[in-house]
Design a protein around this ligand. Structure first.
Ligand code: ADP
Length: 581
């Protein structure tokens, strides 16, 4: 585990941890030595002339003072190193996050990242700050005492040395039992926490349907599973812990009996026998502390695994010789892709998006429309086939260049803590106030700005908490307009379609299509009708493609889709909200 930590920290920040380790080993050796010096001290005290005890007492005092001084220093150093480890882990995590494939974040992973950067880093930080000292003490001090024992009386020393591997096996078995119970427990706890949050968030829905009093079966099941996992862990942990403590006591008793036996037969003088017993007691006491920190060590190990999992996620490979596309038509050629190997989402998707044209992507929910949009922005790499821009495979375009080429407006718009202007300027940091007004007008954001007392300087709160979903999406569209990228991918979020937003999106799409290659995941019938090309995605392939009138005439999937949509629209009381769903 230490080696994994050192590897995660990098060479420079691994040095203080190594220094700390050296200090702790020195302190533990000195502690063992101080224990060993008890032997000449006791021998002298119990010998014919107690005044002989002064010299060994001096040595004992010296070793103890050195041990205390180094331990004090190591303790401070441990806290300092812990803080440094936390800082460095945050740093390497930060560096890793910006190179993670964007697809990594798509599966609700932001919560996981919060846990890794918070809880896991704190847990690993406690390794140098709190756990390393007892761990080193539990290994090095008994080892030093054992060497001393072998020197003082090889028979007792040998007996204890033989017992060590047995104790290690007992410890190992106990730890394995614990690890087995721990394995599933982590996932169960995670699931229960997620269900509790879901239960809290879903309160308005649950109350509206009167589903609060009967309990929530999914939540109940998750909590019962957590209780069972806890019980299982206790059932397995207790025998594991008790067996080691029992083994340590057996060793102590056996060594005690041996020393007494040797003293009785006269082959060990009584003073040495007492000193040896004291040493054996110190040995068993220090080795026993190791088992006590086992649980927290294991938690640190798990936390470290969660961190290294993020650090070890490979970034999407960068091209050795990057190319820049000269034109901006987009081509999907036989694209196959799945988030998991056993569940392909796209099987053989082929189409082209005309340069500076509007293409609408339609299809049933779950057909893979968002996935197509993600692949175009290289959130992940395709499994088969290729995505090309101007004839150049996106995998051959440098990540920075690609990011400059594609602007995405997805449903889950995140706004940063800051002003409205800051958030729109993400699209182009050097944009002037006039530019902001222009894109604000196009995206329908200007109405929002004008209604706010602080206008563009209104702070939006973390995640854009003070704005509605539709308003957040308009900020995102304004960003994309400001970025002026040659390719734009836009998801017309159904949830955010109120009349005002509807008009804003319509205007923005029309504007964008005059200067960029635009792919819209379309929910508005106007967009679909206005599109130069419509792609109908179904069962992992493009089932139909063409213009509205052609597809309608063909009488296939699209005609059915249109029929259903317009039929549904007929039921609307207010025509402008017809595409709300
Ligand atoms: P659409 O946008 O057409 O509704 P999506 O592209 O969002 O469809 O999803 C297509 C399929 O891929 C669905 O079955 C969905 O469950 C799955 N999927 C989408 N995103 C992820 C993800 N991040 N991890 C795993 N599966 C995903």
């Amino acid at each position: 585990m230490i080696r994994r930590l050192l590897a995660a920290l990098g060479p420079e920040d691994a040095r203080p941890v190594r220094r700390l380790l050296a200090l702790l080993v020195a302190a533990a050796v000195l502690q063992g030595l101080a224990f060993a010096l008890l032997v000449p001290l006791l021998r002298a005290l119990l010998g014919p002339d107690p005044r002989d005890a002064w010299a060994p007492l001096g040595w004992f005092a010296l070793a103890t003072a050195a041990f205390l001084a180094i331990t004090f220093h190591a303790q401070n150093e441990g806290f300092r190193t812990g803080a440094r480890v936390a800082r460095q882990l945050h740093h390497v995590l930060g560096e890793a996050i910006v190179t993670l494939p964007l697809g990594w974040f798509a599966g609700g992973r932001s919560g996981e990242l919060t846990r890794v950067a918070g809880q896991s880093v704190l847990q690993v930080m406690s390794l140098p700050a709190h756990q390393l000292r007892p761990l080193v003490t539990a290994v090095v001090t008994p080892a030093t005492v054992l060497v001393a024992l072998l020197v003082i009386d090889w028979r007792v020393g040998l007996a204890v040395a033989v017992a060590v591997p047995v104790l290690l096996v007992v410890l190992r078995v106990g730890n394995d039992l614990l690890a087995r119970s721990d394995r599933g427990r982590d996932a169960v706890i995670h699931e229960a926490a997620a269900r509790v949050i879901e239960f809290a968030r879903a309160q308005p829905v649950l109350r509206a349907f009167g589903a609060t009093t009967d309990g929530n079966r999914v939540l109940d099941d998750a909590l019962v599973a957590q209780r069972d996992a806890d019980r299982r862990m206790i059932g397995l942990a207790v025998p594991g812990l008790v067996s080691f403590a029992f083994g340590v006591r057996v060793v102590f008793t056996a060594a005690l009996a041996l020393a007494v036996q040797l003293a009785l037969t006269g082959s060990l003088d009584p003073a040495t026998a007492i000193a040896v017993i004291v040493l054996v007691a110190r040995f068993t006491e220090t080795i026993g502390t190791g088992a006590e920190i086992g649980a927290s060590l294991r938690m640190s190990g798990n936390a470290l695994t969660r961190i290294t999992d993020v650090l070890d996620t490979p970034p999407l490979p960068e091209p050795a010789r990057p190319r820049r596309p000269e034109s901006y038509e987009v081509e999907f050629a036989g694209v196959g892709f799945g988030y998991r190997a056993d569940a392909p989402v796209l099987r053989d998707v082929s189409f082209t998006l005309p340069e500076r044209g509007l293409t609408a992507l339609v299809g049933p929910s779950g057909a893979g429309k968002t996935t197509v949009a993600r692949l175009l922005a290289r959130f992940a790499d395709v499994d088969t086939g290729a995505v090309r821009i101007g004839g150049v495979d996106v995998r051959e375009i440098a990540a920075d260049d690609l990011m400059g080429l594609v602007a995405s407006v997805f449903q889950d718009v995140y706004l940063f803590e800051g002003t409205l202007a800051d958030n729109v300027r993400l699209g182009r940091p050097d944009a002037s106030a006039d530019d902001l007004d222009r894109v604000g007008r196009l995206a329908g954001l200007i109405q929002v700005v004008e209604e706010l007392p602080a206008g563009w300087d209104t702070r939006v709160g973390e995640g854009g908490a003070t704005l509605s979903g539709g308003q957040r999406q308009r900020v995102s569209i304004a960003r994309a307009l400001l970025k002026d990228a040659p390719i734009v991918v836009l998801d017309e979020a159904t949830a955010a379609l109120d009349p005002e937003n509807d008009a804003a999106i319509g205007a923005a799409v029309t504007e964008l299509a005059t200067r960029a290659t635009v792919l819209v995941i379309a929910h508005r019938l106007q967009t679909v009708q206005a599109a130069e090309k419509i792609l109908v995605l179904r069962h992992g392939v493009v089932a139909e493609q063409g213009r509205h009138t052609e597809l309608l005439a063909a009488g296939g999937t699209y005609a059915e889709f249109w029929e259903r949509r317009t039929h549904a629209a007929g039921w609307r009381l207010v025509p402008t909200t017809e595409e709300k769903r």
